[in-house]
Write a protein that binds this ligand. Sequence first.
Ligand code: EPZ
Length: 429
Amino acid sequence: MDRIRIRGGNALNGTIPISGAKNAALPLMIASLLTDDTLTLENVPHLADVEQLIRILGNHGVDYSVTGKRLAHDPASGRTIHFNARTIVDTTAPYELVSKMRASFWVIGPLLARCHKAKVSLPGGCAIGTRPVDLFIDGLRALGATIDIEAGYVVAEAKGGLVGNRFRFPKVSVGATHVMLMAASLAKGETVIENAAREPEIVDLADCLNAMGAKITGAGTSAITIDGVTALSGARHRVLPDRIETGTYAIAAAMAGGDVTLEGTRASLLTAALETLGQAGAEITEVENGIRVVRNGNGIQPVDVTTDPFPGFPTDLQAQFMALMTRSQGVSSITETIFENRFMHVQELARLGAKISLAGQVARVEGVAQLKGAPVMATDLRASVSLVIAGLVAEGETEVNRVYHLDRGFERLEEKLSACGAEVERISG
Ligand code: EPZ
């Protein structure tokens, strides 16, 4: 298994190109199931999760081809991938595939809308929490689907097709909002989703669906209206920049010090996180086609943070921000409100010398003057990258094991950091 070795102490100076967003690319790829025409996605990142979803979609009959710049030509540019679901050959998503990636559960929306039936394995728990699917089930039932749970599978049917309705989510869910958007696009009549997720990835999916002929208004607000249509066509759509990758490198620059430009991204995708980072002592400015993050000389200030659905501080940056706070000149508290078990990085950061105590959903982080390199490992994607960030300033060598977590969501991480002066290398085997 590959490892990442970091020798801490170098400032970061240079430019980091930001890739297309994993969490936008995945639902967009799933949307290809809604049409028998070709959906072309540009700026698709090279990530293990994307490859895995291509396999899962292939099981349902989706063909794909890659054109434009490939890795060998221009490693900084995302791929253009054409997806075609002319014939859906199987409406079952088996356990072996769904268990590898939770987002693949989302195929239930388009399969039900287009084929009027779907049998999708329950995704099961995962490292960051129980992550149930009740909101998906309630939402799809509101659109007229009958849903049973049989032997670990969600078996859904909508004889005669889905029918629009008004549905209020009792809790904000990104995935369930994606699924309702896709399902309601092909339902009869109007659907209104209340308490919808407002994440930029929701807006990206709605934009793409509208380009395919859907009639969606209000995406990006908590009330989304979908006027169902009988069929969707193909479209060409560019995946939006990855706000979590942007925030991760912004935090890395704040941690290591230096002057880094994050290219191809937008500050408006992560206003809350950038404001917090500013309070912590980084100077952040919007520049043409990106964001510049500078921290020279001044220390890191403690800042309290609570994760929240968008536009709040993202849970997907919580671990990275905690890494930064381990070096603050004081005490900060970090409260996780989205997932009940998203503190697995705490123990590993402690191995590097961090002082963190946990009480329920709140972590109290007491800044220390120095971290010391050590072998560490993490059990999820964002936790893993928080260890890389800590490694950038830790004295000596830090070795992050189980790099496959990083490969799920960070494209060419070691290259991007090395290009800015960090000593980061991948060790194979
Ligand atoms: C998406 O997951 C992201 N994944 C996650 O990113 C992200 O952390 C999360 O949204 C929150 O922003 C993708 O976009 C592929 P949710 P999702 O449904 O949709 C509860 C990463 O590292 N809930 O918004 O699965 C749930 O347990 C990943 O890139 C129910 O109770 O998250 C959680 O507490 C990790 N019942 C809360 O809602 C349900 O039926 C929010 O989860 C569904 C969710």
